[in-house]
Write a protein that binds this ligand. Structure first.
Ligand code: DGT
Ligand code: CA
Ligand code: CA
Ligand code: ZN
Length: 584
């Protein structure tokens, strides 16, 4: 049990209470506690031994402190369990549909006893929602699309969620003496934006053939297991509570490299590699690269040896999708792809001026801790009123504040960091920018993003974005497809047309590295490079703690084979500014 899980249980309870029509005061207290649990740096399980300590946390009163203690002790909450028993666990899936909130769900339950996605889909197909209040044709169509999206992404998990689970399991496995190393393989190691299941490889003395019993027993005793799917001498598969499947393989050190290569995949890469091996007179499987004639092992202990024996250079896992990397590696012509350490600045972040959690100064200090040499403060603009977006007057005030922090830090840190002024402006439905040009002209970094009216047609949206980048002050197009992984599909857009025009205008394309976005995706990043676009990677942090989290974004850049010189913010501060679109 960790803080995040506790926060989720509280938030789900709030949603369920709202569906159930509980009084709003009670619902609010659960929501506040969920937010508090999400944000606090206090380890809640540890603090749960003392209610007074829990109550010191902002947003947690006496009642909620007791609830947290119950969760810490029992792993669940009676209110939640009762409501789930009443409505069924599938009711929580309904909340994941876009456009669906507790009020709509309560309504659907009241009028049609709909309590899960299948029942909703069935009711729509049978026309049973037609003519109901609040259920116009548009709303029904939206729900239908939401169901499609849900079903398409069901069973996959965001890469950061998978990586956190992998780290937790690895830490647990390493507690057994005899397990020395746990390495993630599969799509997680390749940096795919979503992960179907986790593949973990364990090695050490307790993993050698004939001696794996203790290791197997240790794996099956992992406290996060919901149910065990399979248990053998060198493999255990299980499901975690939220449905993520985990395959743990227990491997002898001698075939570690072969196993890592095999289970990293991708399948397409492996198939092509095996064909190459056959042509050279070898067989390749998860145990070894071996000679076809006498079966003797050629290479097995490391990936490097295996690739070398096949006449190839080792390549980063992100490149292994059979998209031409095998020939490049055989010709010793692999590109040097960008790494996290190449990134020198972060150009998209929010502060308390709009919907961020930290001040300008706190963001800058966190950036120094990450080793960055420059950042830009880019709060939302006035069209996003619910985020507290800045109007022209507040932008001008903030410019002064940013410059003051820049000067102060310049002196106190000996020029360690530069803080650029900036804004993330809204692209309005017709393509206009929501702030005046005179104000934009005074900012270093102007990111323009679509945050509303995602349902426009492909023609409308393409026109809208093209018009926005014609504004001479727009320097970066933010999260260009608007997608939220497993939650909201990208909006319809003629990407090739946008990239072509952006390249002509010197507008940089953002790779938004927030793990729920990863936007542009790997495919479009590759296209962006081919079309000659400049690219900037940013964290889009709303919290100083997220500034360092660009590793999943870096993996997408590497999946697109991008080199450091393809990314503007691998340059120093002057080089970065010079690489942005020139001011009119
Ligand atoms: P996922 O789990 O859907 O996100 O994607 P992966 O790539 O992790 O796929 P998974 O978990 O089914 O298999 C892990 C790796 O094991 C895969 O990338 C390559 C290898 N592998 C699995 N099945 C086969 C197979 O039938 N042939 C070959 N050559 N490799 C396989
Ligand atoms: Ca997998
Ligand atoms: Ca697997
Ligand atoms: Zn945005």
């Amino acid at each position: 049990m960790d803080n995040k899980t506790m926060a989720r249980l509280l938030a789900e309870t709030a949603d369920l209470l709202e569906i159930d029509g509980a009084d709003s005061f009670r619902i609010r207290s659960y929501r506040r506690a969920a937010d508090a649990a999400e944000q606090t740096t206090v380890d809640l399980v540890e603090a749960a031994s003392d209610a007074a300590r829990l109550m010191e946390i902002d947003g947690i009163g006496k009642g909620m402190a007791a609830k947290l203690q119950t969760i810490a002790q029992t792993g669940s909450l009676e209110q939640r369990d009762q409501l789930l028993a009443k409505y069924g666990a599938g009711i929580l899936d309904l909340l994941k549909l876009s456009g669906m909130g507790p009020k709509t769900i309560a309504f659907l339950w009241d009028v049609a006893k709909i309590a899960n996605i299948d029942q909703l889909a069935e009711a729509i197909a049978a026309g049973r929602l037609n003519g109901l209040p609040r259920m116009g044709a548009k709303q029904i169509e939206k729900l239908r699309r939401g169901i499609d999206d849900f079903r398409r992404s069901a069973g996959r998990f965001r890469i950061d969620v998978a990586a956190e689970e992998a780290a937790r399991i690895a830490a647990y496995l390493l507690r057994l003496e005899g397990i020395d190393k746990v390495t993630p393989a599969g799509s997680l190691r390749r940096g795919r934006e979503t992960v179907g299941d986790l593949d973990l490889l364990a090695t050490g003395p307790a993993c050698e053939p004939g001696h794996t019993a203790a290791a197997v027993e240790h794996v099956v005793a992992y406290p996060g297991i919901h149910d065990i799917i399979a248990k053998g001498e060198n493999k255990v598969s299980f499901n975690l509570e939220q449905g993520l499947q985990v395959d743990v393989r227990i491997l002898p050190a001698a075939s570690c490299g072969a196993a890592l290569q095999y289970f990293t995949g991708s399948k397409a890469h492996n198939v092509a590699l095996r064909q190459r091996a056959l042509k050279l007179g070898y067989t390749l499987n998860e145990w070894a690269l071996a000679r076809l004639d006498d079966g003797s092992t050629v290479a097995a202990a490391t990936e490097e040896e295996i690739y070398a024996a096949l006449g190839m250079d080792w390549m980063p896992p992100e490149m292994r999708e059979n998209l031409g990397e095998i020939d490049l590696a055989a010709g010793h012509k692999l590109p040097r792809v960008v790494a996290l350490g190449d990134i020198r600045g972060d150009l998209h972040m929010h502060t308390t001026a709009s919907d961020g959690r930290n001040s300008i100064r706190e963001m800058a200090e966190a950036a120094i801790a990450c080793g960055y040499r420059y950042i830009a403060i880019t709060d939302h603009s006035k069209n996003l009123a619910m985020t507290g977006g800045l109007d022209e007057k507040r932008v001008l005030e903030q410019i002064g504040q940013v410059r003051a922090v820049d000067r102060a830090l310049h002196e106190s840190t000996g020029g360690r960091i530069r803080v650029f002024t900036g804004i993330e402006v809204d692209i309005l439905a017709g393509g206009a920018i929501d702030l005046d040009d005179e104000v934009l002209a005074q900012l270093d970094v102007v990111i323009a993003s679509v945050h509303t009216r995602f349902e426009q047609s492909r023609e409308e949206m393409t026109e809208r974005v093209l018009r926005a980048i014609e504004n001479p002050y727009v320097r970066i197009l933010g999260h260009p497809t608007g997608r939220l992984l497993l939650h909201r599909e990208p909006f319809a857009l003629d990407m090739a047309a946008v990239l072509k025009r952006a390249a002509e205008l010197d507008v940089a394309m953002e790779h938004n590295a927030a793990p729920e976005r990863l936007d542009l995706n790997d495919h479009d990043l590759r296209l962006a490079k081919e079309m000659g676009c400049r690219i900037v990677m940013s964290s889009d942090s709303h919290d100083a703690r997220n500034l360092g989290k660009m590793n999943y974004g870096v993996m997408q850049l590497r999946r697109a084979w991008l080199a450091p010189e393809d990314i503007l913010n691998t340059r120093d501060a002057e080089g970065f500014l010079a690489g942005l679109r020139a001011r009119p």
